[in-house]
Design a protein around this ligand. Structure first.
Ligand code: 4NP
Length: 157
Protein backbone atom coordinates (compact mmCIF):
# COMPACT_ATOMS: atom_id res chain seq x y z
CA UNK A 1 0.00 0.00 0.00
CA UNK A 2 1.36 3.36 -1.01
CA UNK A 3 0.40 6.17 1.33
CA UNK A 4 1.03 9.87 0.65
CA UNK A 5 0.35 12.38 3.43
CA UNK A 6 -0.53 15.78 1.99
CA UNK A 7 -0.52 19.30 3.45
CA UNK A 8 0.21 22.78 2.13
CA UNK A 9 3.91 23.36 2.77
CA UNK A 10 5.18 19.82 3.51
CA UNK A 11 7.24 21.18 6.39
CA UNK A 12 4.85 20.93 9.38
CA UNK A 13 1.90 18.52 9.34
CA UNK A 14 2.45 15.96 6.58
CA UNK A 15 6.11 15.29 7.48
CA UNK A 16 4.97 14.78 11.07
CA UNK A 17 2.33 12.32 9.89
CA UNK A 18 4.88 10.53 7.70
CA UNK A 19 7.33 10.10 10.59
CA UNK A 20 4.66 9.00 13.10
CA UNK A 21 3.04 6.55 10.68
CA UNK A 22 6.43 5.10 9.66
CA UNK A 23 7.28 4.43 13.31
CA UNK A 24 3.89 2.77 13.94
CA UNK A 25 4.32 0.57 10.89
CA UNK A 26 7.82 -0.46 12.01
CA UNK A 27 6.60 -1.22 15.52
CA UNK A 28 3.95 -3.54 14.08
CA UNK A 29 6.57 -5.19 11.89
CA UNK A 30 4.60 -4.52 8.71
CA UNK A 31 7.00 -2.09 7.00
CA UNK A 32 7.30 -4.31 3.93
CA UNK A 33 3.59 -3.75 3.27
CA UNK A 34 3.89 0.01 2.94
CA UNK A 35 5.45 2.82 0.96
CA UNK A 36 5.08 6.01 3.03
CA UNK A 37 5.80 9.53 1.84
CA UNK A 38 4.52 13.11 2.13
CA UNK A 39 4.21 16.10 -0.17
CA UNK A 40 2.88 19.65 -0.24
CA UNK A 41 0.34 21.23 -2.53
CA UNK A 42 2.68 24.20 -2.73
CA UNK A 43 6.36 24.14 -3.61
CA UNK A 44 7.07 27.09 -1.34
CA UNK A 45 9.52 25.17 0.83
CA UNK A 46 10.91 22.80 -1.81
CA UNK A 47 14.02 21.01 -0.52
CA UNK A 48 13.73 22.36 3.02
CA UNK A 49 13.91 20.22 6.15
CA UNK A 50 10.79 20.15 8.34
CA UNK A 51 9.93 23.12 10.56
CA UNK A 52 11.88 23.05 13.83
CA UNK A 53 8.57 22.78 15.72
CA UNK A 54 7.84 19.53 13.90
CA UNK A 55 11.37 18.19 14.49
CA UNK A 56 11.41 19.09 18.18
CA UNK A 57 7.96 17.68 18.81
CA UNK A 58 8.79 14.40 17.08
CA UNK A 59 12.01 14.11 19.08
CA UNK A 60 10.18 14.80 22.32
CA UNK A 61 7.95 11.81 21.58
CA UNK A 62 10.86 9.61 20.53
CA UNK A 63 9.96 9.63 16.85
CA UNK A 64 12.84 9.97 14.42
CA UNK A 65 12.22 12.69 11.84
CA UNK A 66 14.44 10.70 9.48
CA UNK A 67 15.48 12.23 6.19
CA UNK A 68 12.61 14.51 5.30
CA UNK A 69 12.79 17.21 2.65
CA UNK A 70 9.85 19.25 1.45
CA UNK A 71 8.60 18.57 -2.05
CA UNK A 72 5.58 19.54 -4.10
CA UNK A 73 3.09 16.89 -5.10
CA UNK A 74 3.41 15.74 -8.74
CA UNK A 75 1.14 14.22 -11.36
CA UNK A 76 3.10 10.98 -10.92
CA UNK A 77 2.19 10.94 -7.21
CA UNK A 78 -1.48 11.15 -8.08
CA UNK A 79 -1.15 7.97 -10.16
CA UNK A 80 1.33 6.08 -8.03
CA UNK A 81 -0.07 6.42 -4.53
CA UNK A 82 -3.06 4.34 -3.44
CA UNK A 83 -4.06 6.69 -0.61
CA UNK A 84 -3.81 10.48 -0.47
CA UNK A 85 -4.31 11.52 3.16
CA UNK A 86 -4.95 15.25 3.57
CA UNK A 87 -4.65 17.36 6.70
CA UNK A 88 -7.54 19.77 6.07
CA UNK A 89 -10.32 20.95 3.78
CA UNK A 90 -8.01 23.32 1.94
CA UNK A 91 -5.78 20.38 1.03
CA UNK A 92 -8.82 18.48 -0.27
CA UNK A 93 -9.77 21.48 -2.41
CA UNK A 94 -6.18 21.67 -3.65
CA UNK A 95 -6.27 18.00 -4.64
CA UNK A 96 -9.61 18.53 -6.39
CA UNK A 97 -8.00 21.30 -8.43
CA UNK A 98 -5.45 18.72 -9.55
CA UNK A 99 -8.30 16.50 -10.72
CA UNK A 100 -8.48 14.13 -7.75
CA UNK A 101 -11.88 13.35 -6.26
CA UNK A 102 -12.29 12.77 -2.52
CA UNK A 103 -13.44 9.23 -1.76
CA UNK A 104 -12.40 6.01 -0.03
CA UNK A 105 -8.75 6.61 -0.92
CA UNK A 106 -8.64 10.40 -0.73
CA UNK A 107 -9.74 11.89 2.59
CA UNK A 108 -8.69 13.91 5.63
CA UNK A 109 -6.73 12.03 8.28
CA UNK A 110 -9.17 13.06 11.02
CA UNK A 111 -12.15 11.75 9.05
CA UNK A 112 -11.09 8.43 10.59
CA UNK A 113 -11.32 9.69 14.17
CA UNK A 114 -14.79 9.43 15.66
CA UNK A 115 -16.28 12.02 17.96
CA UNK A 116 -14.40 15.01 16.61
CA UNK A 117 -16.31 18.01 15.38
CA UNK A 118 -13.39 19.61 13.59
CA UNK A 119 -11.86 17.19 11.11
CA UNK A 120 -9.08 19.58 10.10
CA UNK A 121 -5.58 19.38 11.55
CA UNK A 122 -4.87 23.05 12.44
CA UNK A 123 -1.87 24.51 10.68
CA UNK A 124 0.90 25.02 13.27
CA UNK A 125 2.74 27.29 10.83
CA UNK A 126 0.12 29.82 11.93
CA UNK A 127 -1.03 28.52 15.34
CA UNK A 128 2.42 27.57 16.68
CA UNK A 129 0.80 24.60 18.46
CA UNK A 130 2.83 21.62 17.30
CA UNK A 131 1.85 19.64 20.39
CA UNK A 132 -1.81 19.73 19.37
CA UNK A 133 -0.85 18.64 15.87
CA UNK A 134 1.13 15.71 17.25
CA UNK A 135 -1.83 14.49 19.32
CA UNK A 136 -4.29 14.81 16.45
CA UNK A 137 -2.01 13.27 13.85
CA UNK A 138 -1.11 10.43 16.23
CA UNK A 139 -4.76 9.55 16.82
CA UNK A 140 -5.45 9.68 13.08
CA UNK A 141 -2.47 7.49 12.27
CA UNK A 142 -3.56 4.83 14.80
CA UNK A 143 -6.96 4.61 13.04
CA UNK A 144 -5.37 4.69 9.59
CA UNK A 145 -3.03 1.80 10.31
CA UNK A 146 -5.79 -0.33 11.85
CA UNK A 147 -8.08 0.37 8.91
CA UNK A 148 -5.47 -0.42 6.26
CA UNK A 149 -4.34 -3.62 7.96
CA UNK A 150 -7.92 -4.84 8.32
CA UNK A 151 -8.83 -3.94 4.74
CA UNK A 152 -5.76 -5.62 3.34
CA UNK A 153 -6.31 -8.75 5.40
CA UNK A 154 -2.94 -8.39 7.17
CA UNK A 155 -4.59 -8.16 10.55
CA UNK A 156 -7.95 -9.11 12.01
CA UNK A 157 -7.80 -6.57 14.89
P1 4NP B 1 2.13 22.70 6.52
O1 4NP B 1 2.25 24.18 7.11
O2 4NP B 1 1.16 22.78 5.36
O3 4NP B 1 1.58 21.90 7.66
O4 4NP B 1 3.53 22.29 6.11
C1 4NP B 1 2.59 25.32 6.35
C2 4NP B 1 3.90 25.58 6.06
C3 4NP B 1 4.24 26.72 5.36
C4 4NP B 1 3.25 27.59 4.95
C5 4NP B 1 1.92 27.32 5.23
C6 4NP B 1 1.60 26.17 5.92
N1 4NP B 1 3.60 28.78 4.27
O5 4NP B 1 2.71 29.63 4.06
O6 4NP B 1 4.78 28.95 3.88
Amino acid sequence: MKILFVCLGNICRSPMAEAIFRKMVQEKGVETKFVIDSAGLSGWHEGEAPHEGTVQTLQRYGVSPGELFSRQITAVDLKEFDYLIAMDDDNIRGLEKLGVKPGPQVFRLLDLVEGMKNKNVPDPYYTGDFEEVYRLVYSGCVRLLDKLLVESGVSDV
